[in-house]
Write a protein that binds this ligand. Structure first.
Ligand code: NAD
Ligand code: WQD
Length: 333
């Protein structure tokens, strides 16, 4: 298939591009490069051994999207393009609704114009908010606690109404948990600009010596060791989940909301230990106060993805850390 990946030079999009290209699909990357670099295109071509098309642009530019999708005879769209920093969304909610909601509406308008009706959306476990029960299953109440989560839920509501209006749409809303790790080549990975907000890239830079120590945000949570627990999923597992979802959509119309997680939470200290194993040295940590907005623990009920897509995450926390560490060494030589 000819598949448009919006946000395709980003962390998850680039890894998904590899999996799809290696499976024989033609992938076209569309990205405004606000949080990635077009250097990724050359690295992807090195990994897959063939040309990867890239179009620079903003998903709010509906006319440009129509031109790109018509030129490349796009048959399906995976929509990764979006802003994802919770703290930034609290400070500037309009930026997040304009980029994430308005951008998706523009993309869907372009798809409608060209009668392209196969769509995969990057949603997030953030839509669930405070856990009423755990693990989160797909019918858990959705009450986001920040504008970023609101922007994702608003898009899910738009997709629900769209699917109800036209039975020909084939839509998967994939709710990701905590993607980490990198492709085995060490050529692509999670490489945020500035000081990372997320645990794994921060740990990686502590291991590299570019950051002095890890602040562990809270050690008095009601968890196994008092530190926060999350459902970390290897980014290549996540990418493979997208291909499984696309294969499913090729045979099933309608809207399908599915968690992509491992169902196995890990604590901050367990991540530190796994990263120490990966890099072969102790990593300095300091215990710090809890971070505003953090939940103690959340993780996925991952059964529906297995039932519908025949997909489950395969890679361990150790593998996640080993791949992240290899990427750090390769990328910051
Ligand atoms: P990322 O920032 O690495 O990738 C997003 C890409 O989208 C970037 O390359 C950025 O330049 C591009 N982009 C942003 N706004 C755009 C716009 N208006 N037009 C065109 N391109 C635009 O982030 P990621 O981690 O790869 O996340 C991809 C998607 O998955 C996002 O929608 C994010 O909300 C969602 N998600 C991410 C996580 C996570 O922890 N990484 C978890 C759950 C959901
Ligand atoms: C993980 C754990 C922290 C950094 C975020 C977004 C979520 C999704 C995934 C987009 C927590 C602890 C972290 C540090 C620490 N993104 N931590 N020291 O907050 O679970 O989820 O990314 O959809 O929407 O909220 O990920 O990696 O920031 O934190 O102790 O320097 O690590 O308290 O327990 P989070 P994270």
């Amino acid at each position: 298939m000819n598949i448009l990946l919006t946000g395709g030079t980003g962390y998850i999009g680039s890894h998904t591009a590899v999996v799809l290209a290696q499976a024989g699909h033609k992938v076209i990357l569309f990205d405004n490069l606000c949080n990635s670099s077009n250097e990724v295109v050359g690295r992807l071509e090195k990994i897959v051994g063939k040309k990867i098309d890239f179009a620079e642009g903003d998903v709010r530019d509906t006319a440009l999207l129509i031109e790109v999708m018509r030129t490349h005879q796009i048959e399906a769209v995976i929509h990764f393009a979006g802003l994802k920093a919770v703290g930034q969304s609290v400070a500037d909610p309009i930026l997040y609704f304009a980029n994430n909601v308005q951008g998706t509406i523009s993309l869907l308008q372009a798809m409608q114009q060209l009668q392209i009706k196969t769509f995969i959306f990057s949603s997030s476990a953030t839509v669930y908010g405070e856990p009423v029960y755990l693990p989160y299953d797909e019918v858990h109440p959705t009450k986001p606690i920040n504008p970023y989560g609101d922007s994702k839920l608003q898009v899910e509501i738009i997709l629900r109404d769209l699917a109800q209006s036209d039975a020909q749409w084939k839509i998967a809303c994939l709710r990701y948990f905590n993607p980490v790790g990198a492709h085995d080549s060490g050529l692509i990975g999670d490489d945020p600009n500035g000081i990372p907000g997320n645990l794994m890239p921060y740990l990686s830079r502590v291991a590299a010596g570019t950051l002095k120590y890890l602040n562990v945000f809270g050690k008095d949570y009601d968890t196994r060791d008092g530190t926060g627990e999350r459902d970390y999923i290897h980014v290549v597992d996540l990418a493979e989940g997208h291909m499984a979802a696309l294969d499913f959509l090729n045979k099933h119309a309608g809207l399908h909301v599915v968690n992509l997680g491992t169902g196995k939470p890990a604590s901050v200290l367990e991540c530190v230990r796994a990263f120490e194993k990966a890099c072969g040295k102790p990593l300095p940590i300091e215990f710090a106060p809890r971070r505003d907005g953090d939940l103690p623990i959340y993780y996925a009920k991952a059964d529906l993805a297995k039932q519908l897509f025949g997909w489950t995450a395969q890679r361990s926390l150790d593998k996640m850390c080993e791949s992240a560490w290899y990427f750090e060494q390769m990328h910051n030589k």
